[in-house]
Design a protein around this ligand. Structure first.
Ligand code: SAH
Ligand code: DHB
Ligand code: MG
Length: 223
């Protein structure tokens, strides 16, 4: 099979899964439309990956979720929908403009009572969270600047407890991690290696099909 055929097959398979398991949803669709209108980069998770994130939060029985990198709140809405009535999600976002769009999208999805957005550099916000002695999280989703992943993983471990799921988006980056000379994937390679080698974690990378191959890193903090 040549590369074009493979690209088409990946798109068609993702569309097939999306049509089956991620049917049209007004709040999610409007969230994407508003994000696009506001000129946000279109780097949110796909509809089918959104379903996967929601399902993982459900499987984990997550009551407290921490998200690093909100953008327009598309992944946020999936996680928040997995939460029980007394659940809470804190999402960290550097860009005030992104956070404004996300706030509107989360309100429209009627999830404002469960979601708190914090605006600033995740490095500082994570340090402040740890400093405040916050209750540990059941699930952490790392999806901000790729350079920050190794540091975000260390903070995530500090904010976790046995059983916590730590998820890392974009763990494969179209295969960029395979090339040791690709500097843009250096921190992602380091993050993946940290997950693989840390004996406190049980981990894997799940390949994610989209227009290209990416990956979702999944790690569980051992008891
Ligand atoms: N999770 C979102 C996509 C996030 S895109 C979704 O799937 O719907 C990455 C986001 O991380 C962008 O909005 C970007 O502004 C934010 N970001 C980048 N660097 C950051 C930092 N240092 N601290 C917090 N957020 C950051
Ligand atoms: C891209 C995708 C992402 O999910 C992300 O968080 C950052 C960048 C991209 O495709 O460029
Ligand atoms: Mg991402």
């Amino acid at each position: 099979m040549n590369g074009d055929d493979l690209g088409k097959l990946l798109r068609d398979v993702d569309a097939y899964i999306g049509e089956l398991f991620a049917p049209p949803d007004a709040a999610l669709q409007t969230a994407l439309e508003d994000s696009q209108r506001a000129g946000l980069p279109e780097i949110h998770v796909s509809p089918s990956q959104g379903r996967l994130l929601q399902l993982l939060a459900e499987i984990a029985g997550a009551r407290r979720v921490l998200e690093i990198g909100t953008l327009g709140g598309y992944s946020t809405i999936h996680f928040a929908r997995a939460l029980p009535d007394d659940g809470a999600l804190i999402s960290l976002e550097l860009d005030e403009r992104h956070a404004d769009v996300a706030r509107t999208n989360i309100e429209r999805a009627e999830l404002s009572d469960k979601v708190e957005l914090r605006v600033g550099d995740a490095r500082e916000l994570l340090a402040a969270l740890a400093e405040s002695g916050v209750e540990p999280f059941d699930l952490v989703f790392i999806d901000a600047d790729k350079e920050g992943y190794p540091e975000y993983l260390e903070w995530s471990m500090k904010l976790s407890q046995p059983g916590t799921l730590i998820l890392g988006d974009n763990a494969i980056r179209g295969g960029g991690v395979l090339d040791p000379k690709d500097d843009s994937a250096r921190a992602t390679r380091q993050f993946n290696r940290m997950l693989a080698e840390d004996e406190r974690l049980s981990s894997i990378i799940l390949p994610i099909l989209r227009e290209r191959i990416d990956g979702l890193a999944i790690a569980r903090v051992r008891a």
